[in-house]
Design a protein around this ligand. Structure first.
Ligand SMILES: Cc1ncc(COP(=O)(O)O)c(C=O)c1O
Length: 454
């Protein structure tokens, strides 16, 4: 188990919380909204993503437990938008970062740790031949797109329309429900296909003959690849002269330390990693085939690509965090534990769903290491109000869960406390289906991030 496997919470996880205990958080949120558009620097952390009775600000975390600014303690899921896979303030990672900070963080020439981190990454993901680091996932995915466009001399990007997020850049945001400020000609360059539907990709290649540079998807998300799907994509891209890119921002170091590409046995031309790579420190990576990656280097006769060159890209302490994180993955059964913890949670949760007769309305989907809960109405239609209600009732019972995505620090006891809380929360959910959700939900429903108007 993880280095921060926390002892059972003395009072927090089972304490019933009420709206009044979020006083400091609410005051801070009001100040934040005065200065920060939307009140937070990341949409997914925003007030509109959580019910009104929520901790608005988290002051600290340890393992899978967090404390808000009012001193309330929660078992947390999702943890840093899936970035913190080992646990908050995970000691071996912190020690490595502290050691590196004392040496200085950024120089005019590369630091040796850049080589060490590249070696550690390529040892962990042996299907990749070269790697370049940066700070966030979007930048890495953007770089994959640029490489593909330069190599193929084509402009268009085919993305999987069933996967919700790839980048903060115009070529992707232009395809979402919030495309304000993005010219139509840029939006037109990105087209969508369906997951597990090779024919939908073939149709795009037919419609935009000779124009598609790249096929981009997560190797899997909540649905596993149908037998032969990823292989067929690979063969199709080869035939059509396009690159295949796997966005492993979520699957990397969660499905397996060698990525989903290892699990499914299909090596893409390029892949992108981030999030779990450095247990919450800012580090992401573009990895892939040597002859493509080398376009960003020198010593070749082809047109060069400006590839991932940023001031902070190789900050030494983030690389130290990455190396320490990858070492834990190498030496300990991290991804096995993530799967086992999720399996236990899914089993307990679905038992509670059945006990309350909620099958068809409530579900738990995805691979065990990355579970999402689904909240539907009596007819199974997705409901943001019922999602808010479920989150509200979990928060009352000491569980902060926008998803059921576990970390290495979630102990069996944490999981069992969560299942108990879910059982009680689902009892309220059941009543809400019968009496109307408004009777039980305090405040408005949560909202989707991508919406053109408020
Ligand atoms: C699959 C996927 N790709 C890319 C990104 C972008 O990463 P970042 O937010 O670090 O730019 C995300 C972020 O949530 C993601 O989930």
């Amino acid at each position: 188990m993880g280095g921060n496997s926390s002892s059972p919470p003395p009072d927090g996880a089972r304490r019933r919380l009420g709206g009044s205990v979020f006083t400091r958080g609410k005051a801070l949120a009001a100040r934040a909204r005065e200065m920060i558009p939307g009140g937070s620097h990341t949409y997914a952390k925003g007030d509109d993503q959580y019910p009104q009775l929520s901790p608005a600000f988290i002051a600290r975390g340890d393992g899978c437990h967090v404390w808000d600014v009012d001193g309330n303690e929660f078992i947390e899921y999702g943890m840093g938008l899936r970035a913190v896979t080992l646990g908050h303030a995970y000691k071996p990672v912190l020690r490595a970062v502290e050691r590196e900070l004392a040496n200085g963080t950024n120089f005019n020439r590369p630091a040796p740790i850049e080589v060490e981190c590249a070696e550690a990454f390529l040892a962990s993901v042996p299907s990749a031949q070269m790697v370049k680091f940066c700070k966030d996932g979007s930048t890495a995915v953007d770089a994959a797109i640029r490489l593909a466009r330069c190599l193929t001399g084509r402009d268009m990007v085919a993305i999987c329309g069933d996967h919700p997020f790839f980048s903060t850049s115009d070529w992707f945001i232009g395809t979402t429900g919030m495309p304000g400020g993005i010219p139509q000609w840029i939006r037109d360059q990105t087209v969508k296909f369906r997951y597990n539907d090779v024919a939908s990709v073939e149709a795009l290649f037919d419609l935009y003959r000779g124009k598609i540079a790249v096929v981009l998807l997560e190797a899997a998300r909540t649905v596993e690849p149908a037998p032969g799907f990823l292989e067929a994509l690979q063969a199709l891209c080869k035939r059509q002269g396009a690159l295949l890119v796997f966005d492993e921002m979520i699957t990397g170091f969660r499905w397996h330390a060698a990525g989903a590409q290892h699990v499914y046995g299909v090596t893409p031309d390029l892949s992108t990693f981030g999030k779990a790579l450095a247990n919450g420190f800012a580090l992401s990576a573009l990895a892939g085939r040597r002859e493509i990656m080398e376009l960003g280097g020198f010593g070749h006769a082809r047109e060069r690509v400006f590839l991932l060159s940023t001031t902070h890209g190789a900050e030494t302490h983030s690389l130290a965090a990455g190396i320490a994180t990858m070492r834990v993955y190498r030496d300990e059964p991290v991804t096995e534990r993530l799967h086992a913890a999720g399996r236990r949670l899914r089993a307990g949760f679905m038992q509670a769903v059945d006990a309350h007769g909620l099958r068809g309305s409530v579900d738990c989907v995805g691979r065990d290491c990355g579970l999402l809960f689904v909240t539907g109405d009596a007819d199974g239609r997705p409901s943001q109000a019922l999602r808010a209600l479920f989150m509200q009732e979990m928060i009352k019972r000491g569980v902060l869960a926008p998803s059921f995505i576990v970390s290495y620090s979630h102990s069996d006891r944490d999981i069992d406390l969560t299942v108990d809380a879910a059982g009680e929360a689902l009892a309220v959910y059941r009543k809400a289906l019968e009496d109307g959700v408004d009777r039980y939900l305090v405040g408005p429903p949560v909202k989707p991030v991508f919406r053109p108007h408020d």
